[in-house]
Design a protein around this ligand. Structure first.
Ligand code: NAP
Ligand code: ZN
Ligand code: ZN
Length: 349
C-alpha cells in the first residue's frame, strides 16, 4: 500500500475537503497512473451529496481521469511507464458474464465496479476516484489516449464523451436524421459535437438563451429555447431521436411530443426524482422512452480513437482543486462552459 491524497465529501451537507488514504501497490495485472486532470461530472455532485441515496462516505469523486502511467505490474502488456492513459466510470467487472464478454461491462450481471463509491475487493473498503494524485487500475479498464489530444480537454471524454457517443451510435444517428440534444452542460456539449460529426441535423434544447451562440459553434443547426411553448410546438412530431442530458427534474412529455412516429427519446440524465411519463404520448406514435449507461470498454476506446482522428475534445474550464466546491455551485446554476477539469498539479503532495 502507499499513501495518496485527494479531496473527499464526508457527509451529504459537507463541502469537499483534503483527505488522505491508501492505494494498493499494483498487482501483476495493474497499472499505476499519476493523475494529470480529472473532469467534474454532475454525477460526482449527485454522489457527493447522496442525491441517489447510495453514497458511502467518505466519497472521493472523479471518473474522468487522464494521467501518465507511472509503473505497471509484471503481466501488463498494453501499457508502459510514460503512456498517456484514461480511466472512466469503471475500474473492473466480473469479466465472465455475457455482458462482460460482449464488451458491455457497464451492464455486468454481477455489477460493474465503479471508479468510486463501489466495494473494493483489494482493500475491503470502497473505491476512491480521480479527485486525487494517483490511481491503480486493472489494465483491462485502462484506455489509451492519443498524445495529440490536450489531456485536460480529453478528460471529460471518459464519461461525458462515451455517455453521449454510445446512445448516438446505438440508435444509429447519422445523415438524414433530425436529432435533438437537451441541456447544454458537460454531456450535452459532447452530444452536440458527436451528433454533428455523425452527420445528423442537430437541434439543441436549452433553458439558457445565452448559450445559443455557443451551441451553434459546438454543432447545433438549430437552437430551441425549451421554456418557449411556441418554439417547442413548431417542432411537434418532427424528431427521429432526442438525447436528454438534463441533471434536474423537468417535463419529459414536452419532448416526447416532438418525436416522429417510431421516434426514440433516451435519457442519460439521472435527476434525483423519477420522471412522470404520460403513457398516451408514447402510445400515440409508437414512440420509445429509453435509458443508456456510459459505454463498454471497447466502445470507449473506439470513441477516444474517433476523437483523436477528428480532433474532438471537450471545452473545459481548468480549475484548481480548492475551487471544487465553487465549481459544484456553478454547475447547479448551469454556469459551466462546458466542463470543469481539475488540474491535479494544484493538489499539494
Ligand atoms: P451539467 O453539466 O450540470 O449539465 C446539465 C444541464 O442540464 C445544464 O447545463 C442545463 O442546460 C440543464 N438543466 C439544468 N437544470 C435544469 C432544469 N431545472 N431544467 C431544465 N434543464 C436544466 O451535468 P452533466 O455532467 O452533463 O450531467 C447531466 C446528467 O447526466 C446528470 O444527471 C448526471 O448524473 C447524468 N449522467 C449520466 C450518465 C449515464 O451513464 N447515464 C453519465 C454521466 C452523467 P441548459 O442551461 O442548456 O438548459
Ligand atoms: Zn460521469
Ligand atoms: Zn460481468
Amino acid at each position: 500500500m502507499f499513501s495518496c491524497i485527494g479531496y473527499a465529501a464526508t457527509a451529504p451537507d459537507q463541502p469537499l475537503a483534503p483527505f488522505s488514504f491508501e492505494r494498493r501497490d499494483p498487482t501483476p495485472e495493474d497499472v499505476e497512473i499519476d493523475i494529470l486532470y480529472c473532469g467534474v461530472c454532475h454525477s460526482d455532485l449527485h454522489m457527493a451529496r447522496n442525491e441517489w441515496g447510495v453514497s458511502t462516505y467518505p466519497v472521493v469523486p472523479g471518473h474522468e481521469i487522464v494521467g501518465r502511467v507511472k509503473r505497471v505490474g509484471s503481466d501488463v502488456t498494453r501499457f508502459k511507464a510514460g503512456d498517456l492513459v484514461g480511466v472512466g466510470c469503471m475500474v473492473d467487472s466480473c469479466r465472465t458474464c455475457s455482458s462482460c464478454k460482449e464488451g458491455l461491462e457497464q451492464f455486468c450481471e454481477a455489477g460493474m465496479i465503479g471508479t468510486y463509491n463501489a466495494p473494493d475487493k483489494h482493500t475491503g473498503g470502497m473505491t476512491y476516484g480521480g479527485y486525487s494524485k494517483s490511481v491503480v487500475v486493472y489494465e483491462g479498464f485502462v484506455l489509451k489516449i492519443a498524445d495529440t489530444l490536450d489531456p485536460a480537454a480529453a478528460a471529460p471524454l471518459l464519461c461525458a464523451g462515451i455517455t453521449t457517443y454510445s446512445p448516438l451510435r446505438h440508435w444509429k444517428v447519422g445523415p438524414g436524421k433530425k436529432v435533438g440534444i437537451v441541456g447544454l452542460g458537460g454531456l450535452g456539449h459532447m452530444g452536440l459535437k458527436f451528433a454533428h460529426a455523425f452527420g445528423a441535423q442537430v437541434a439543441l434544447f436549452t433553458t439558457s438563451p445565452s448559450k445559443a451562440e455557443d451551441a451553434k459553434r459546438l454543432g447545433a443547426d438549430t437552437v430551441i429555447i425549451s421554456t418557449n411553448a411556441d418554439e417547442m410546438k413548431a417542432h411537434a412530431g418532427s424528431f427521429d431521436f432526442i438525447l436528454d442530458c438534463v441533471s434536474a427534474p423537468h417535463d419529459i412529455n414536452a419532448y416526447i411530443a416532438l418525436l416522429k412516429r417510431d421516434g426514440t427519446i433516451v435519457s442519460v440524465g439521472v435527476p434525483e426524482k423519477p420522471f412522470q411519463v404520460v403513457t398516451m404520448g408514447l402510445v400515440l406514435g409508437r414512440r420509445s422512452f429509453a435509458g443508456s449507461l456510459i459505454g463498454g470498454i471497447p466502445e470507449t476506446q473506439e470513441m477516444l480513437d474517433f476523437c483523436a482522428e477528428h480532433g474532438i475534445t471537450s471545452d473545459v474550464e481548468v480549475i484548481k482543486i480548492d475551487e471544487i466546491n465553487t465549481a459544484y455551485e456553478r454547475m447547479l446554476k448551469s454556469d459551466v462552459k462546458y466542463r470543469f477539469a481539475i488540474d491535479m498539479a494544484s493538489l499539494a503532495a
